[in-house]
Structures are given as C-alpha cells and as structure tokens.
Write a protein that binds this ligand. Structure first.
Ligand code: ADP
Length: 287
C-alpha cells in the first residue's frame, strides 16, 4: 500500500509540474503574440511617414506641368500606384495589430444611415464606370433615423466588402441592401445581442462565389480562396479579417452566403449603441 501511495504521489507531482510548465508556455505564447502585435503596430506607424512622402511627391511628378518625358511620367505613376498599394497594406496591418493589442479606438456617435447610400455611390462611381456592371443600392424606409455606431469603422467595413464584390465580379451586378435586421436571425448569430435596434447591410454580387469549405477560412488573416486567385486578383487576404474584427468592435458580426460560380452575399449586422460590447472593449469604446 505504501509503495502505491508513493507512486500516486509521484504521479500527482509529475502532473502538477506538467500543468505549471504548460501554464508557463501559454503565458509565454500570449506575451509573444502581444510583442508581435506591438512590434507590427510600431513598425507600420514608422513606415507610413516616409511612404506618405513617396506617394505625395510621385503624384506631384505626374502633373502635366512637370518637365518630364512621357516615359519618366509613367515611372512616377508606377511609383505612385505601388506606393499606394504598400500604404494600403501597411494601414491594414496597423489596424489589425491595433485590434490585437486592444488599442483600436471606436467612437460611438449619432449616425444618419440615410447618408450611407450617397457616400457609397460617390466612392464607387469610378470603379462602376470602369467595370461597366450595375450598382444598385436599396434602403428600407423603416430604418431608424438616429443610429449610434462608429460611422467611420462601419463605412470601412462596407467599403471593404464592396471592393471585394467589384473585384470578384466581371458581369452582372453588385447591390447593397440596408434594412432592419431580423431579430430571430440576430439571436441565432449572436449569443447575447445586448441591443434592440439592429440594422443589416448586405452586399450581394454575381461574381465567382466562394466554395462552402472556404467560407470560414477567408475571415482569417492572409487567407485567400486559392493561390491562383491571389495572383489573378491581387490583394493580401487581410480585408475580411479586418471587417470581422471591426464588426465585433461595433458589437455586431458578419455573415457570408455564397455558391461557387454563382456570387456571394456578405451581410454586416450592427446594433445601435451596443450595451453588450465584447469583453474588455467598454473602456476602449468610451475613450
Ligand atoms: P483580399 O481581397 O485582399 O484577398 P480579403 O480578406 O478581403 O482579402 O478576402 C479573402 C479572400 O476571400 C479573397 O482573396 C477571395 O478569395 C475571397 N473573397 C472575398 N470576397 C469575395 C467575393 N465577394 N467573391 C468571391 N470571393 C471573395
């Protein structure tokens, strides 16, 4: 009996030791992830300043008044557009790492949703003209007049979803529908909805669609449907993870429905002034 008691004690000691080791490793991983995000946030910030000068100065060089040969003017255009791509990537990384370290500020303000359709029309007019596909925006009349959210973040999410819709659609249409969200659907998507006033903004396209088995994956950072599409369409695979994180900060979520080859619908659900903000976000939201 004594022998067995000793063995049991030894095993219990080993287990306790393994548990402490694991806890230490988990803590270390958390710290590493925090350092990585902080490093990315600082680096991105530092990279933005010189890059801004490159973008602005190369833009100035493309002006017809500049004494440049047509060939050199074309070089300046390439510098400008590559600089803009890089700036967009850096801004995306900065946004994501800020979310990860809990430093992304959200400001809930009175938002007039009626201003959303003209804002989107203005922003996407050039691409609509360029691609020659229909762009339809519909907003229901019973939308709440006063809505509290972070308007800028909301616009950023919808602009990201729309950029994807245009990018992956060659013919047909891209449409936006703004309506009151169905309460049943909200409670099936969010455990504690925490607000009564919900709106959904859906972006539907008739583009290439997304296979079912990829629909979860594309919300992870740097994930794209396949490598070949990345080469054809460009992009970084960061847009949707930013959309998902921003939606979460606004107290809402994003849902996708799609059939490969038949188009996609991405829907953003957002509450007016969520009182059930994600854990730890209350102070950030109030800041
Ligand atoms: P990016 O567009 O920069 O690649 P995103 O995170 O926005 O990054 O999208 C990830 C991937 O999801 C895209 O590369 C594409 O494969 C797929 N995807 C996103 N939106 C659509 C869409 N509307 N139609 C088809 N595929 C899409």
């Amino acid at each position: 009996l004594e022998e067995r008691t000793r063995e049991a004690e030894e095993r219990s000691y080993e287990l306790e030791k393994a548990k402490v080791d694991l806890e230490f490793q988990a803590e270390q991983l958390k710290l590493n992830s925090k350092y990585k995000s902080e490093f990315l946030a600082n680096m991105s910030h530092e990279l933005r300043t010189p890059l801004n000068s490159i973008v602005i100065l190369s833009e100035m060089m493309t002006h017809p008044d500049e004494q440049l040969s047509e060939e050199h003017r074309e070089f300046a255009r390439v510098i400008n557009s590559s600089g803009q791509d890089l700036l967009a990537l850096i801004n995306d990384i900065l946004d994501l790492s800020k979310v990860e370290v809990g430093k992304l500020q959200v400001e809930f303000n009175e938002t007039n949703l009626a201003e959303l359709p003209p804002f989107l029309e203005r922003n996407f007019l050039p691409i609509v003209n360029h691609k020659g596909i229909d762009f339809l925006i519909k907003m229901d009349e019973d939308i709440p007049g006063i809505f509290y959210t972070d308007e800028q973040r909301m616009q950023q999410i919808i602009k990201n979803l729309l950029s994807n819709a245009f990018k992956f659609t060659e013919q047909g249409s891209v449409s936006v529908n703004i309506r009151k969200a169905d309460e049943k659907q909200i409670s099936s998507l969010i455990e504690t909805p925490g607000a009564d006033n919900w709106v959904e903004v859906s972006v539907t396209d008739t583009g290439i669609g997304i296979p079912k088995d990829q629909q979860k994956l594309i919300f992870e950072a740097f994930q794209q449907v396949d490598g070949a599409s990345m080469r054809k369409y460009g992009g970084t695979g960061l847009g949707l993870s930013i959309c998902r994180e921003f939606a979460r900060l606004l107290g809402g979520c994003i849902h996708v429905e799609s059939e490969a080859g038949e188009g996609s619908t991405f829907t953003l659900f957002i509450p007016s002034l969520p009182n059930g903000l994600p854990a730890g976000m209350e102070e950030v939201a109030a800041a």
